[in-house]
Ligand binder design. Structure first.
Ligand code: ADP
Length: 259
């Protein structure tokens, strides 16, 4: 579709741009932070120290953004391996509950047994963290976050840009009952640099990075959202081939025959 093409072109343009400048930026920021460090040691009055601290913080945020841009442009660095997604989610539980804070109740519903997914585990971890941060931002007064896994024999929208994977998919669902998205936001949510958050809080890279990551992983991302109701994002991760025909699939959800 035209939207998908525009999305792909933007991703490409952003990838090239960042590949060219993010690296240099990173070096410059490193020297700025280093210089501020030296200054901070020599500063004696509290007012100047405050200014230096603010500058160091801003430079740190810039460095973090540059890192994300670098990760965005470094598309070849994926290392897909069979991953026990349930175990990954369990290992992230502490991090997630801490990130989400006390006002958000976390519910985890893991399907067992679950096939292994063929995916880069580090990228998946940062994608899940990102989705949870987005959910947190959509529930400023608190709410519920549900993380669930399941097996799906097929993608929900076959032929929607992605190639079907015969072994089926491990699906990770992150659902919140927060603000949800207006249709105009939902349409653009995967665009690089599209954000509704204030400057300094949102980069607009989270969902576009996950979109690109899913594309590269031969997976799929599904977004359901309604204003006032909440948002559910599902990552469809291809089942690891060696296990796709083995015993690791749930019995009522065997891989489709043929292909
Ligand atoms: P960022 O979080 O930096 O804004 P993203 O690409 O992750 O960048 O998200 C883009 C936009 O999509 C957000 O600014 C927000 O408007 C919307 N969004 C993402 N996740 C959610 C969610 N769980 N609930 C409501 N809106 C969301």
């Amino acid at each position: 579709s035209e939207a998908a093409l525009r999305q792909a072109q933007k991703m490409e343009a952003v990838g090239q741009l960042t590949g060219g400048i993010a690296h240099d930026f990173n070096n410059m920021l490193t020297s700025i932070i280093g210089a501020l460090d030296i200054v901070s040691i020599r500063v004696t009055d509290e007012r100047t120290a405050k200014v230096v601290r603010a500058a160091t913080e801003a430079a740190g945020r810039a460095a973090a953004l540059t890192q994300r841009l670098l990760a965005f442009s470094r598309r070849q660095s994926l290392d897909p391996r069979p991953v026990d997604v349930n175990a990954l989610i369990q290992s992230m539980h502490m991090l997630l509950t801490q990130t989400l804070g006390e006002r958000i109740q976390v519910q985890v519903a893991l399907a067992t047994p679950l096939a292994r997914a063929l995916v880069d585990v580090n990228q998946l971890e940062s994608a899940l963290l990102n989705l949870c941060i987005n959910a947190r931002d959509a529930m400023p007064a608190g709410g519920h976050l549900r993380i669930a896994t399941r097996y799906a024999a097929a993608m929900p929208f076959p032929g929607d840009g992605a190639e079907a994977h015969a072994g089926g998919y491990v699906v990770v669902e992150v659902a919140d009952d927060g603000a949800g998205m207006e249709p105009a936001v939902k349409d653009r949510a995967f665009e690089p640099f599209f954000t509704t958050k204030p400057i300094g809080q949102g980069t607009g890279l989270g969902l576009s990075m996950i979109y690109g990551f899913m594309q590269q992983s031969k997976g799929f991302i599904d977004l359901q959202s309604a204003p006032g109701k909440g948002t559910t994002i599902s990552l469809y991760l291809p089942v690891a081939p060696a296990l796709a025909e083995g015993v690791a699939l749930p019995r009522d959800a065997q891989a489709p025959k043929g292909e």
